[in-house]
Design a protein around this ligand. Structure first.
Ligand SMILES: Nc1nc2c(c(=O)[nH]1)N[C@H]1C(S)=C(S)[C@@H](COP(=O)(O)O)O[C@H]1N2
Ligand SMILES: [Mo]
Length: 410
């Protein structure tokens, strides 16, 4: 009897074999490539170059090589890229688990290394498996519990992604040719025996195709209970996705709320007409504006969504307020040469305090310091007295309960 997992006959499932592993591998090859790309895109969308405000990752060095100023068009850009990132990541979980299950005997194989190349390959597999588990676990925790690791999710998920993807590329280069050959041969001609095939298989309880259908069914179920987070009409189906926390209720403010005013420790006394002032600083000094002062400036409307890094997004809401560009002019800049801006919130509780926007985001005529949403003054939970809203920007840059804006190149 083989009692030790290092013995091939310990592993009895007749499902294991190169065909099963290759099918799952090819699905992951496509899926993980898309996850990596949309992940990099999300990182660029934070404008981490506006360091250290938006991003506290120390020394990105050459890993920041691809960063570019995030555009404001199309306005649904981040809704799309981050919706795909989170929904696809969750959908791939059953495929990933099945893939890891299909190769688990190799984890125990002895001797640990037959040659130098074999040793290097096994080390790269540790980085691969460790990396993929790390990325999926930190990703899911961030979406479900948001910021269990305060402030450190971005550097963890970011560096983890590079370590994992490097190991992934090595793995694909080493394994893809054999996987493609296996799939070309197909199931009909029988599985070529390999180190994955059990030498003493139990009788099958499900065919290999049946097992794939099970995995696919699991993925479909996760997809069906997640994808609705990006569509207002389907939101009730998104059982697995946090809908942005609190029940937003109905009416003009009846769309997703991430952090409520109560959570953020915002008191009605500090947002009242008498108490609240917006401090705007720039080349020409500092001005302090009440909400009534802001309402006397030219007001403009834009229809823009909120799209959170957690994957959920709203359809367009009608925002009305003062153009960021006009506030830059008030602070002493030319309308066609506005600078970056640092936006600070009244908020003192929780992780969030400030966010920086780049000049191209300030310049866009649709970018507002919003005072109204859907025809009514902002609700406290959506950022009353004033909040930022910028086309295509990640939700986290749309600061609520704004108290101070400092214009100037960051
Ligand atoms: N002051 C402050 N602004 C904030 C946040 C916050 O926690 N505090 N959350 C941000 C995040 S992560 C998102 S997704 C949006 C959500 O806006 P909403 O709650 O109006 O939907 O607000 C952003 N602005
Ligand atoms: Mo967010």
């Amino acid at each position: 009897m083989a009692r030790s997992p290092s013995s091939p006959s310990f592993w009895r499932s007749p499902l294991r074999g190169p065909w099963f592993t290759s099918v799952l591998g090819v699905v992951l090859l496509g899926g993980i490539t898309v996850l990596f790309m949309t992940g990099l895109v999300s990182y660029a969308a934070y404008n981490p170059g506006l360091s250290p405000v938006n991003d506290k990752t120390p020394d990105k060095g050459i890993l920041g090589f691809y960063l570019f100023p995030w555009p404001t068009d199309p306005p649904w850009l981040y809704r799309l890229t981050q919706g795909v990132h989170v929904t696809l990541g969750i959908t791939l979980i059953p495929v990933l688990l099945a893939k890891l299950w299909s190769v688990v005997p190799k984890l125990f194989a002895l001797p640990p290394a037959r040659s130098l190349t074999h040793a290097l390959e096994r080390i790269s597999l540790l980085l691969l498996v460790g990396g993929v588990l790390f990325e999926f676990i930190t990703g899911v925790l961030n979406v479900q519990l948001d910021y269990v690791f305060p402030g450190s999710f971005y550097p963890l998920h970011f560096y983890g992604a590079w370590v994992f993807f490097t190991a992934f590329v090595v793995h694909v280069v080493l394994r893809a040719p054999a996987a493609v050959r296996t799939l070309r041969t197909g199931l009909r001609e029988g599985q070529p025996a390999s180190e994955l095939t059990s030498p003493r298989p139990d009788p099958p309880t499900v065919s290999r195709r049946g097992a794939l259908w099970l995995v696919g069914g699991g993925s479909l179920l996760l997809f069906g209970t997640t994808a609705g987070q990006s569509f207002d009409g389907l939101r009730a189906t998104a059982l697995l996705a946090p809908h942005g926390g609190a029940d937003p209720g109905s009416g003009p403010g009846g769309f997703q709320i991430n952090k409520t005013a109560a959570y953020a420790g915002i008191e009605a006394t500090e947002t009242s007409e008498e108490a609240w002032r917006l401090t705007v600083t720039g080349r020409s000094g500092t001005v302090r504006l009440s909400r009534a002062d802001l309402l006397r400036l030219p007001l403009h409307s834009s229809a823009l969504p909120i799209a959170c890094v957690e994957g959920w997004s709203t359809s367009d809401q009608w925002w009305r307020g003062v153009r960021l560009r006009d506030l830059a002019v008030l602070a002493g800049y030319d309308a066609d040469a506005v600078p970056d801006v640092l936006v600070e919130s009244l908020q003192r509780r929780g992780a969030f305090r400030r966010a920086a926007l780049r000049a191209n985001q300030v310049a866009d005529p649709r970018s507002l310091l919003a005072l109204y949403v859907n025809g009514e003054p902002l609700t406290p939970d959506h950022g009353y007295p004033a909040r930022v809203i910028v086309p295509a920007a990640p939700g986290v840059l749309n600061t609520k309960w704004v108290s101070r804006m400092t214009f100037g190149d960051l």
